[in-house]
Write a protein that binds this ligand. Structure first.
Ligand SMILES: [Zn+2]
Length: 80
């Protein structure tokens, strides 16, 4: 995943690193396995199972399961 167009029309890409588009989200179980290691270095932390993108315009959340390029979950902000 390098770029996509949100349903609201905003064009998203994660080419600048760090960026505000991609969220790093681990499940508690994934994180527990990582933290159970004796020595923890940032470069040894595995990528999370899911790739999560957030549109800065409409705040929609897109969840990908690499290497898939089709979101497995999409969330939009609930209207109050
Ligand atoms: Zn959007």
């Amino acid at each position: 995943m390098a770029r996509m167009t949100c349903k609201c029309g905003a064009k998203l890409n994660n080419q600048s690193a760090p960026n505000d588009i991609e969220l790093v989200v681990y499940t508690d179980k994934e994180w527990d396995v990582i933290c159970s290691k004796d020595v923890l270095h940032p470069w040894t932390i595995p990528s999370p199972k899911y790739e999560v993108w957030r549109c800065p315009e409409c705040k929609r959340i897109y969840v990908y399961e690499p290497p898939g390029n089709t979101p497995v979950m999409v969330y939009s902000l609930e209207e109050e």
